[in-house]
Design a protein around this ligand. Structure first.
Ligand SMILES: [Zn+2]
Length: 77
């Protein structure tokens, strides 16, 4: 769960779970989906909080979770 703020349009968007895609809608196209933050210019995006710790050192636990996500996405489509 990540909350980001778009400094261009002052919108605050929160991704509630890893399939929750939220975008601010302005020209910067700030978006957040799970742990992924993006937009045309990252300088306009501020991450408000990170309740979850960065799992950078735990690559072994991250891999199976990504695989699971893909299977669910295929199922929906
Ligand atoms: Zn915006």
């Amino acid at each position: 769960m990540i909350t980001v703020r778009c400094k261009k349009c002052n919108a605050t968007i929160t991704s509630l779970h890893e399939h929750d895609y939220k975008a601010c809608g302005c020209s910067n196209q700030t978006y957040v989906k799970g742990d992924i933050i993006g937009g045309n210019n990252l300088d306009h995006i501020v991450q408000v909080n990170t309740p979850r710790k960065e799992p950078e050192l735990k690559l072994g636990t991250e891999a199976p979770r990504k695989r699971k996500t893909r299977l669910i996405d295929v199922d929906i489509r």
